[in-house]
Design a protein around this ligand. Sequence first.
Ligand SMILES: [Zn+2]
Length: 243
Amino acid sequence: MRRIRRVPILVIASCLFFQFSINSVASANNSSPSDSSSPTTSFEPESTTTLPPSPLKASDIVLISKIKTKDPVVFITIDDGATVSKNLARLLDKQQVPVTTFAMPEMIWRERKWYRARQNMTFENHTNSHAYMTTITPRQQRNELCVANKLIKQIIGERPIMYRPPRGSWSEENRVAMAKCGLKYAVLWSVVIEKDVPQNIMFRKGDIILFHYIPSLPDALKIVLEKLKKQGLEPALLRDYLK
Ligand SMILES: [Zn+2]
């Protein structure tokens, strides 16, 4: 629980502006998602798909906010998924930036063409509805995580293995739901970057850097990438270090 105190107010505030409606997900029918559906915000998960039972136990769950490594790498993670752009695509693609995305399924579904086009990106679990995971029942926790895993598998083709608590709302109780849903790693962060990048910021090996998909992301990310290069560090994928 000690680590939760490290969650900066800034992040909590930034997440609060994010208004995410679960209504369209809740009212989903049995149709399968496809690119031929109309460009609306409706999201239609396929209820017949099931994921295999997870062999994980609550005691297997690992909570991290940094990666222990001697490699000169850091980890770029981007949350929520609301705003993407051609600018961002250009930046990521040009430099082949490895990114771990923690976005809700509905956000990925809305911009599925954009997300599916990224070559060096993996998709992890950030709950289905950006839930406060410390205030809902164990059954609701399981629902949030398992539904998100199932939907991301349907949209992207690969099932998440990591979970980032929305607003850092981590509870030890979440380990049970994570294990049930096959999520081994609870991933917090060691550095937060919002709109403005601090001029003298120094990164360290193994840092997990938290960004959000907000309009200022391309500018902030560009500055961070330049600073990383100067500091002899390069971005890597969490999946290459957490198996
Ligand atoms: Zn979030």
